[in-house]
Design a protein around this ligand. Structure first.
Ligand code: ZN
Length: 265
């Protein structure tokens, strides 16, 4: 599988349990990170932010069981001037090199997504999966010896998916601990998240006692509580303890003529 993540922490937060479970079942996963996460720290310099987030990403990927990481290093939150076709071209090159059956990424149709990097990543990844199968699309890649490649199925995650768009529910009760450990590796990003929340609450004259002191212990606790709460809420709707939900696009419509008649080659 190819996992296309805008930021270092998206794939662990939204799909880490499912990806870890599928790796346990035999999948090989390659991670493609679109941005350099240069702005995601509480008080570090830009260079230090980039370097720590990259190091912590490697640890998070190890916790999930992901082998290769390809970072495209577009500037975090500065992607507006970057043509989407430039991102698409790089993703097509990687799809044609890695030949993934399965794509994990943001849902390009998700409503109320606020993050500009998430939106651009979603559109470019879908577009790349669409075009990498064509012999007339980016033909210079084929001239280099790569082959056209059709991604077979796709798992789209979103910050909040409408229940009517959820058509794949994955029981992650067996991998929730692994997912939490992976998210806890993004120490710089999670520390920033905790501070941002605390500052926002303070503006509203509120405080969360757990975050009165922000350190590794309280941040890890906060991550544990939040991720279990989200996974339990999603699981409760489907009779599972912990779940992740996706909009899933299969190889061909399930139960349709093609899937009823295909045979092993
Ligand atoms: Zn993100």
């Amino acid at each position: 599988m190819a996992v296309v993540t805008a930021h270092a922490d998206d794939f662990t937060i939204f799909a880490g349990g499912t990806i870890a479970k599928m790796i346990g079942e035999g999948y090989t996963a390659h991670l493609i990170r679109i941005t350099n996460d240069e702005k995601d720290s509480q008080d570090l310099s830009l260079a230090e932010t980039i370097s720590r987030n990259a190091r912590e990403l490697r640890k998070a990927a190890d916790a999930i069981g992901i082998q290769e990481i390809y970072s495209l290093n577009f500037r975090n939150d500065e992607m507006d001037p970057v043509p989407e076709t430039e991102v698409r071209q790089k993703l097509m090159l990687l799809f044609r090199k890695l030949k993934p059956w399965t794509l994990f990424t943001f849902d390009p149709s998700a409503k109320y997504e606020e993050n500009p990097d998430h939106k651009k990543t979603a559109r470019a990844a879908e577009d790349a999966a669409w075009n990498s199968a064509g012999h007339l699309a980016e033909p210079e890649q084929l001239a280099l010896g790569l082959e056209k490649w059709a991604v077979l199925d796709r798992y789209y995650w979103a910050r909040s998916l409408d229940d009517s768009d959820v058509n794949k529910v994955v029981d992650i009760s067996g991998t929730i601990d692994q997912k939490i450990r992976a998210v806890q590796q993004h120490k710089t990003m999670m520390n920033h998240t905790a501070h941002q929340l605390k500052e926002k609450l303070a503006e509203a004259n509120l405080r969360l006692p757990l975050l009165d002191t922000i350190d590794e212990t309280t941040v890890n606790q906060f991550i544990d509580i939040r991720l279990r709460e989200r996974a339990a809420a999603q699981g409760a709707k489907h009779g599972m303890k912990y779940a992740e939900v996706f909009h899933y696009i299969p190889i061909e419509s399930e139960g349709g003529y093609v899937m009823r008649n295909v045979v092993p080659r």
